[in-house]
Design a protein around this ligand. Structure first.
Ligand code: NI
Ligand code: MN
Length: 226
């Protein structure tokens, strides 16, 4: 399995001969190394409806004929745009051919704001547990620290956790460091920082708060093999 960070909360997973993107916010993402027109994708996993997470999902899914897995309300909205969407919800898992997906809770908001300044409710925000090749990946989405991360850590042997550290909208570095302890992930990669001035953080300082060898800063475009 190959994991690549593409800035903000964009994570690419290559496994079982499939290319999976979590939260493909590319157009307008000053922190990404990607160009949306060049992206090839088989599956898109979404944590919540905010534009810095849904991003280029609709054009990417339509052009690549990709499956989109999302919380029920968001999946329903996307299906109305012609997207092939698989709805799930918090606590539910499903075995797909490319791997198993389970949605977790996240403490945040979830809505889609359209051209007419209408706020469309897109259900509860989620985190994603992804299982394939005997490995477990946790992408926390946008969330505050919550103590049930201990439960997620107890019930899963997490190989890599992607945790937001930007503060303001999500956990900041101190809360994310406690989350890392509770999740007991072997490797923790910081996400959701330095995309906008309000979420500027030093990821290396965050890594210094973690147990030795746990934190790993990935530059946009940088990969790790599991
Ligand atoms: Ni958000
Ligand atoms: Mn966000």
């Amino acid at each position: 399995m190959k994991l690549t960070y593409h800035g903000h909360s964009v994570v690419k997973i290559e496994t079982n001969r499939k290319t999976i993107f979590i939260d493909p916010f590319i157009t307008g993402n000053g922190a990404t190394d990607l160009n949306a027109d060049d992206v090839k994708v088989d599956v898109i996993l979404l944590t919540h409806g905010h534009s810095d997470h849904v991003g280029d999902t609709i054009p990417l899914a339509l052009r690549n004929n990709a499956l989109v897995v999302a919380p029920f309300e968001l999946a329903t909205y996307l299906s109305w745009q012609g997207v092939n969407a698989h709805p799930m919800h918090i606590g539910g898992a499903h075995q797909f051919e490319f791997g198993k997906v389970k949605l977790t809770q996240a403490f945040h908001g979830s809505s889609y704001i359209d051209e007419n300044k209408q706020i469309i409710y897109t259900g509860m925000p989620c985190g994603i547990l992804f299982y394939a090749e005997g490995k477990t990946i946790y992408h926390a989405g946008d969330t505050a620290l919550f103590s049930d991360m201990k439960l997620i850590g107890e019930r899963n042997e997490i190989d890599v956790a992607f945790l937001p550290i930007g503060d303001n909208f999500t956990m900041g570095p101190e809360d994310a460091a406690l989350a890392a302890d509770w999740l007991r992930a072997k490797t923790v990669v910081p996400i959701h920082y330095n995309t906008f001035p309000v979420i500027e953080q030093n990821p290396h300082q965050f890594v210094s708060l973690l147990k030795e060898g746990v934190g790993k800063v990935l530059q946009p475009g940088e990969s790790m093999e599991l």
